[in-house]
Write a protein that binds this ligand. Structure first.
Ligand code: NAD
Length: 254
């Protein structure tokens, strides 16, 4: 089977695609023929990607906290990018703090970016194009954190964990609501993936986590892309409301 141009007529909007997992997903969709709308606060790496993929990718420096900007942006998006049929809610952040060291403003901001924006961006995109296109929504949750940061050595505290639990619940409830529009809604729950979010070297990550991972290696962003393509493809058309854990076996549930 040739998957090279599988996504030829598809347009994928990916939040937080300026680095890490989102950037890798953007590259993989582009490599499989899709057009990509790539959004992030930091677009440095996306500028290089644009040089390579030219008119296949639209990039925009956009803070998801400002939804007015987002709505205006969509309104003025070039015609050949308007027909978005896959939304990937990937943008996320973590404080890495213990609850006692956080404050209410930080907590509100984290919940807003990691969870509420998943609902809001999905809501906007549903009426913008997903409903018409019987599209797909893929949310990025978290395998371990959503289970209460089960491993003591994990960086994410209770603030991050609650936001990712919300993403998983949102995914299931949205799947019910979206079923009547024939929109599939699923989540990918990554385990420990080496990205700038952790702000540490892979050997430090290995020291912290390797002995708990049955497949005996730390995940890389490209370990997530296969599932992201699968959930955006017609091969997953009978799957909705599911949380797919991609974690090297670190947490086995279900
Ligand atoms: N790396 C891991 O181990 C891991 C594990 C589980 C889940 N995740 C989730 O995967 C997703 C991607 O994380 P990553 O590891 O690639 O992290 P990352 O920090 O490398 O990338 C996150 C991206 O989101 C962007 N972003 C953050 N807030 C934003 C906002 N308000 N508006 C626009 N863009 C914003 C950042 O600029 C960054 O480019 C996140 O949702 C994260 O919670 C990561």
């Amino acid at each position: 089977m040739n998957f090279q141009n599988y996504f030829k007529n598809q347009i994928v909007l990916i939040t937080g695609s300026g680095r890490g997992i989102g950037l890798e997903i953007a590259k993989e969709y582009l490599n499989h023929g899709a057009k990509v709308v790539a959004l992030d606060i930091n677009i440095k790496k996306l500028i290089s990607l644009k040089k390579k993929y030219k008119n296949k990718i639209l990039i925009e420096k956009l803070d998801l906290s400002n939804l007015n900007y987002f709505k205006n942006y969509l309104k003025n998006i070039p015609k050949n990018f308007k027909n978005i049929n896959i939304l990937i809610n990937n943008a996320g952040m973590k404080s890495g703090k213990n609850l006692i060291d956080t404050n209410i403003n930080d907590l509100n901001n984290l919940i807003n970016v990691n969870s509420i924006k998943v609902l809001e961006i999905s809501r906007i995109l549903m009426s913008f194009s997903l409903k018409k296109n019987k599209g797909k929504i893929i949310n990025i949750g978290s395998s371990l954190s959503s289970h209460g940061a089960v491993f003591r050595a994990q960086g994410g505290g209770s603030d991050y964990s609650v936001t990712k639990s919300m993403v998983h619940i949102i995914t299931k409830i949205m799947a019910y609501e979206c079923a009547k529009f024939k929109i599939n809604v699923n989540a990918i729950a990554p385990g420990i993936i080496q990205t700038p979010m952790h702000a540490r070297s892979i050997s430090e990550t290995e020291k912290k986590h390797l002995n708990k991972i049955p497949l005996n290696r730390i995940g890389l962003p490209r370990d997530i892309t296969g599932t992201a393509l699968f959930l955006g493809s017609n091969y997953s058309s009978y799957i909705t409301g599911q949380i797919i854990h991609v974690n090297g076996g670190m947490l086995m549930i279900g």
